[in-house]
Design a protein around this ligand. Structure first.
Ligand SMILES: *[C@@H]1O[C@H](CO)[C@@H](O)[C@H](O)[C@H]1NC(C)=O
Ligand SMILES: *[C@@H]1O[C@H](CO)[C@@H](O)[C@H](O)[C@H]1NC(C)=O
Ligand SMILES: *[C@@H]1O[C@H](CO)[C@@H](O)[C@H](O)[C@H]1NC(C)=O
Length: 464
């Protein structure tokens, strides 16, 4: 569905340069953070979860599936990418029942109260633990199959975060290409998997590394999204005003060079950031530059402008990192990417939302208008009390006349068997029966319209 919408949007973009502006401005990217925990002085997960909500941060990525963390984010509405650590990849690749057990214990046990949206399988495997490359797709496949068996594949995607260093060329952006060593054996098959399963591409993008590695050639202002001389791509004459956009587009070009179908894969930037401190040879690391980079990044993402190759296309992005992590090995910068100190005081001021009202989990703006051919669905909101959901469900299935047969035991949509999922199904049925009329997706504030299709292979959700 998402791919079809992108295609639709792409055609609209090329046809009517003015009208498309309405589309793009209604689809701002959302800003998330990486909650890394390689430290011995961080607040407990419950405190962190409340803190995240208060900051208006709607998305969080973690590097494992720590039970206390998953529990802490339950019923906060915060969307979570969880991680399978590199050291567990081989087991998941070789043993389907281990993969099934892992999903049962680390995903199914918490979902949907904890709003897990994806599993990041490993982190920068090709760049950091290349000997695991041969197991990566196998692990992804087995975890996805487990989600299918548990009927969770409609809600939770499987992907793997790549380092930008999997590109052997990234300049100019249109000429981005993957390292030949990995293309046929790993990267291309993984991209096929992402298309087949309706998943997303994950990539870690650090203009800081490019600047640090080559301060003579990379302009600091360009790396920091500051007004600077644009960099023009000589192949297509597109103008780049930030290295971030250039790097994202280089990755995009590398995908499209393999198969034009890959242009529809959504790109999620699973990490980006700038250190507030570094060693003497880590030029550019400073509080001022970190504040400038992340502040401009957030503005850029919330503007919904996209990148020159995909204008108006949102890029969900996770800033690295929530806290300074004192136990990270490596250069000084590694321990100083945090937006906050462990005592939760900001390292520098940063706003995560554009307006003064912060509404976590709802930073994507109002439901899109005019995209009805892609389907509109009415779903239960997160964070609604069980009693309120139950009352609304009773109304929908009773006097409301919704079709609630599919959520009865043994029927196609009984799984996942929980109140939130059943209420969503009933709300949506009612909403569709009433021809998606204004006000028929309300249920005393328990429901909201989404353009996200929750259907799975076995359970189809109606939409017009
Ligand atoms: C993941 O790896 C760690 C470290 O090797 C190990 O202790 C743990 O048991 C593994 N988990 C699974 C589910 O295999
Ligand atoms: C491609 O990957 C191989 C294996 O990791 C590495 O040795 C080589 O330097 C990379 N090539 C480029 C151009 O990055
Ligand atoms: C954050 O937003 C507030 C209110 O809109 C504003 O006063 C403040 O200057 C902003 N801070 C930064 C660092 O942008």
């Amino acid at each position: 569905m998402a791919r079809r919408l992108d295609f639709l949007r792409a055609s609209i973009l090329s046809l009517c340069m003015l009208a498309c502006f309405i589309f793009s401005s209604a689809d701002p990217s959302s800003v998330g953070v990486n909650y890394g925990r390689v430290a011995d002085n961080l607040p407990d997960p419950k405190t962190v979860a409340q803190f995240v909500v208060k900051q208006g941060i709607g998305r969080v990525k973690i590097y494992d599936s720590n039970p206390a963390v998953l529990q802490a984010f339950a019923r906060t509405g915060v969307q979570l990418i969880i991680g399978l650590p590199n050291e567990n990849i081989t087991t998941m690749a070789k043993d389907t029942s281990a993969a099934y057990t892992w999903v049962l214990k680390n995903v199914a046990a918490y979902f949907p109260a904890t709003r897990i949206t994806s599993i990041a399988v490993g982190n920068e495997v090709l760049a950091t633990v290349p000997y695991l490359a041969g197991d990566l797709l196998g692990a992804m496949n087995n975890l996805h199959s487990a989600l299918v068996n548990l009927k969770l594949d409609g809600y939770i995607k499987v992907s793997t975060p790549h380092s930008l260093s999997v590109l052997e060329s990234s300049y100019p952006p249109s000429q981005g290409r993957f390292n030949q060593t990995w293309v046929d054996s790993v990267i291309h098959p993984i991209l096929n998997f992402l298309v087949t399963t309706g998943s997303i591409v994950m990539v870690n993008v650090y203009p800081f590394f490019a600047y640090k590695g080559n301060p003579a050639e990379v302009a600091l202002d360009y790396a920091l999204f500051q007004p600077a001389k644009n960099v023009q791509d000589p192949t297509n004459n597109l103008q780049y005003s930030s290295l971030f956009d250039a790097q994202v587009d280089a990755f995009y070009s590398a995908m499209v060079a393999l198969n034009s179908q890959f242009q529809y894969l959504p790109i999620v930037v699973t990490e980006t950031g700038w250190p507030s401190q570094g060693d003497k040879d880590e030029g550019g690391s400073s509080v001022q530059n970190a504040a400038t980079y992340n502040g401009n990044l957030v503005k850029h993402l919330l503007s919904g402008s996209g990148t020159p190759l995909r204008p108006g296309k949102s890029i969900d992005t996770f800033i690295f990192a929530l806290f300074n992590e004192n136990k990270k090995p490596g250069p000084l910068s590694e321990r100083n990417y945090g937006l906050f100190y462990p005592d939760m005081k900001p390292v520098y001021p940063l706003n995560f939302t554009s307006g003064d009202h912060s509404s976590p989990g709802n930073s994507r703006g109002p439901p899109k208008k005019g995209g009805s051919s892609d389907g509109k669905f009415c779903l239960a909101k997160d964070g609604i009390s069980d009693s309120q959901l139950q009352a609304a469900l009773d109304f929908a299935c009773g006097p409301g006349g919704a079709d609630c047969k599919p959520i009865q035991p043994g029927q196609a949509c009984f799984e996942p068997n929980n109140l939130h999922a059943h209420a969503s199904y009933a709300f949506n049925s009612y909403f569709q029966l009433n021809h998606q009329k204004e006000g028929t997706c309300y249920f005393s504030g328990s429901a909201e319209v989404k353009s996200w299709n929750p259907s799975t292979t076995s359970c189809k959700w109606p939409s017009r």
